[in-house]
Ligand binder design. Structure first.
Ligand code: CA
Length: 455
């Protein structure tokens, strides 16, 4: 229902206009002067204003100018209804921001036609206003952010990713996410879904490489009872369950050619054919796909259908490898540590500079996932409130690039053990680490404690 503000000082005219508006289904607030109308508008910005020009006190032109100067009023619709009908009056009204102009005496039939136009304008401007608000909100949120839709990163490549995420979320395009293993493709897909108009509908992720092709088809599109051996009852497919929402197909490069063709048809016709069903079903699903493979390679090898490829790569998001955004590592480490202290119900844990420096040197072939796993392992091992170089997994603490540091660590441990006569508990205290850590490091560095005791 359109909220309409009627400003008209002549009682009979006001009643006539009000009757017509109500008969058209408007929610009308009628005011005898512009001052009252302004008070009403400030409390509740009506979408449509039907305005007389000659009014006691503030005139209609002034009211119109004021209204247009407000954020909501800028997107409102103003229909002037007046006895003043000179070209100059018309021009003045348009200059003040009126959308349409109707002269008195008012012919109700004509008024209804003009109202229909005004109603259409109200709808259009309303959606425009909402889109604009949305963009403003996104811009506000994205100004040099450290995290966006659950994705962490303040580096230049990630700011660009956030920008593309916003675009993807606002539209309903099919998105293809590219990136090495562990770069967070599913997180990005979820981020797009959670910011999109589909956010209150299901998000379902499927790993295409984890399932045999026949099973995948029935998982995706469902099947009817008896359509194949073992199909003992009807089963809804992922497309049916996710209707109105988003489906994320990971490892789409591994999908079989026949299934690619089926999926292509689903995307084009927006309907699915459950396995064994006679009739197709309409569905409305946003598809997001991802792969860590080089799709153009698959294309030339013939394992990827060209039509399918072009259909899924409408909007590409290429996630950077962690080694190309190393400045995000401290931020990610901080985020993971605070996550783990929550999930393990432990006090906040920090990280020693030397350990962080080591993380910055590592190549991270497994990307963010590898970093997360490393931090979790270190978190579990670490005693006290800080992760030390000691606590990092061996492959990251690095015997190759970090030989020197490991030597230092080994030497420190040896010194401590010597000082304490091989007593691991005392050595742990001396080093400020747990006994478990000392025990692990003794094994890692192949230290013979008995030798130390006898020394
Ligand atoms: Ca008047």
């Amino acid at each position: 229902m359109i909220k309409t503000l009627l400003v008209e000082d002549e009682p009979a005219m006001r009643r006539l206009l009000e009757d017509v508006l109500r008969s058209q289904g408007h929610d009308v607030t009628a005011c005898p002067d512009a001052e009252t109308a302004w008070e009403v508008f400030r409390r509740d910005a009506h979408a449509l204003v039907v305005l007389d020009l000659t009014l006691p006190g503030m005139d209609g032109l002034e009211f119109c100018r004021r209204l247009r100067a407000t954020p909501q009023g800028e997107y409102g619709t103003v229909l002037v209804v007046t006895a003043k009908d000179s070209p100059e009056d018309l021009q003045a009204a348009l200059a003040a921001g009126a959308d349409d102009y109707l002269t008195k005496p008012v012919e109700p039939k004509l008024l209804r036609v003009r109202l229909a136009i005004a109603e259409h304008r109200v709808q259009e401007r309303n959606s425009l206003f909402q889109a604009n608000e949305k963009i403003a909100l996104f811009e506000e949120q994205s100004r040099s952010r450290e995290a966006f839709a659950g994705i962490t990163g303040k580096s230049e490549p990630m700011q660009e990713i956030f920008r593309r995420l916003r675009l993807a979320a606002q539209s309903d395009v099919t998105v293809l996410i590219l990136g090495e293993s562990g770069t967070g493709k599913e997180l990005v897909a979820r981020g797009i879904h959670s910011m999109s108009a589909r956010k209150d509908r299901p998000f379902i992720g499927v790993n295409c490489s984890a399932m045999p092709e026949t099973l995948l088809a029935s998982e995706l599109f469902g099947h009817v009872r008896g359509s194949f051996t073992g199909a003992i009852r009807d089963k809804a497919g992922i497309f049916q369950v996710a209707n109105g929402g988003t489906i994320f197909l990971d490892e789409v490069g591994d999908m079989d050619g026949a299934l690619q063709q089926k999926l292509l048809r689903v995307l084009q016709e927006r309907e699915i054919h459950p396995v064994g069903a006679g009739r197709p079903e309409k569905i409305d699903v946003r598809l997001i796909t991802a792969t860590n493979k080089d799709l153009s390679g698959l294309l030339s090898a013939g394992t990827l259908r060209e039509d399918f490829y072009y259909r899924i790569r409408v909007f590409e998001i290429l996630l950077p490898a962690l080694r190309h955004r190393k400045e995000d590592i401290p931020l990610l480490v901080k985020q993971f540590l605070s996550e783990f202290s929550k999930s393990y119900h432990r006090a906040e844990v920090g990280i020693a500079r030397t350990a962080l420096e080591r993380l910055m040197k590592h190549g991270w072939p497994g990307n963010v996932r590898e970093l997360r796993n490393a931090i979790e392992r270190a978190f579990v091992t670490a005693s006290g409130n800080q992760i030390k170089l000691f606590d990092l997994p061996d492959e990251i603490a690095g015997r190759k690039s970090g030989e020197g540091d490991v030597k230092t660590e080994r030497q420190q441990l040896l010194d401590a053990l010597r000082k304490t006569g091989g007593n691991q508990r005392d050595a742990a205290k001396l080093l400020g680490v747990s006994r478990v850590t000392v025990w692990k490091k003794i094994r890692q560095f192949r230290i013979n404690v008995k030798d130390l005791k006898s020394a």
